[in-house]
Design a protein around this ligand. Structure first.
Ligand SMILES: [Fe+2]
Ligand SMILES: [Fe+2]
Length: 156
C-alpha cells in the first residue's frame, strides 16, 4: 500500500480506498460463509459486493479513469483495469454460491480483486496526484457524485 505520497489524504481517493475496503471485506465474508456452508450469507455478501462495486466502478470509470486515460502512458494501464471490472461484474451477476466450481471462481476473484486494488492504490492513485489538473479533479468528483446519488464524500 502506498502510504507515502499523500494520495490517501486526498478526498475522493480516500473514498475510493474506503470503497475498496468495503468490497474486499464483503468478498472475504462471502468466502468464509462458503467455507462453513452458509450459502444464504454468501449470497447476501456477493449481492452487496456487486452493488458496492457497481457504484465504485461507475465513479472510477466515468471520473478519474476517464481523465487519466487521455494520456497514453496511463491509458495502457487503465484498459486492463476496466476489463477486470467487467469480468468481476459478470461473475457476481451469475455466480451460484452453492456450486463447487463457482465457489472456486469466487475464491480466485477475491484474491484477484486484492491485486486489482493494489494496482490502483499503488499505481494509478499516486500518479493522479501529479497528473490531474483542478478541472480534472472537478470532473472526477462530479462522476463520483453521479455514481453515489445523495451521498457525501468522507469528511474530516
Ligand atoms: Fe478498479
Ligand atoms: Fe477501484
Amino acid at each position: 500500500m502506498c502510504h507515502y505520497c499523500g494520495c490517501r489524504q486526498m478526498p475522493l481517493v480516500r473514498d475510493y480506498i474506503a470503497e475498496h475496503e468495503r468490497a474486499t471485506n464483503l468478498g472475504g465474508d462471502a468466502v468464509r460463509a462458503i467455507d462453513v456452508g452458509d450459502f444464504e450469507k454468501a449470497r447476501r455478501c456477493t449481492a452487496q459486493m456487486a452493488v458496492e462495486l457497481a457504484s465504485h466502478w461507475r465513479g472510477e470509470e466515468n471520473g478519474l479513469f476517464r481523465v487519466m486515460e487521455r494520456e497514453p502512458e496511463y491509458a495502457e494501464h487503465i484498459s486492463p483495469l476496466v476489463l477486470e471490472h467487467r469480468q468481476l461484474a459478470e461473475l457476481l451477476a451469475t455466480v451460484d454460491v452453492a456450486d463447487s466450481d463457482d465457489q472456486e471462481w469466487i475464491r480466485v476473484a477475491v484474491i484477484d480483486l486484492h491485486e486489482h486494488i493494489r494496482k490502483e492504490e499503488d499505481g494509478l492513485f499516486p500518479a493522479s496526484l501529479t497528473a490531474l489538473s483542478g478541472a480534472d479533479w472537478d470532473a472526477s468528483m462530479a462522476a463520483w457524485h453521479e455514481a453515489h446519488p445523495g451521498e457525501d464524500l468522507i469528511s474530516d
